[in-house]
Design a protein. Sequence first.
Length: 127
Amino acid sequence: MISHKTVVKSGTDLRKKHRQINEYQARLEQMNAEISITEENERRRIAEYLHDGLGQNLSLVNLKLTALLHSELAPKVGKNIREAAELVSNAINETRLLTYNLSPPILYELGLIAAISWKLGAIENKY
């Protein structure tokens, strides 16, 4: 036969376990939020590096190549420089796109609604 003390102790243990589960769930939710913030900060850091580091260097290379095109060059050299300038220009565009996809500046400057509108417009233009 089960005594009253056993039932009460069992109920108390059950409530204790339930409380522990709720505490674990709250901690997991907090850790998940912290991970999301860390991921966003890392995406923003990478986007800033792409824009400020790689993007600026590519732009300088493009300017120097374009300046070379205005000097007198052998036709074959001019053709190679034009092709190189076009490749660098494509790399600049791809870097900008990657930067905006990683961490759209519009999100921080104008907010979520404007960023969603911008992204939808980009998708509409592409497809």
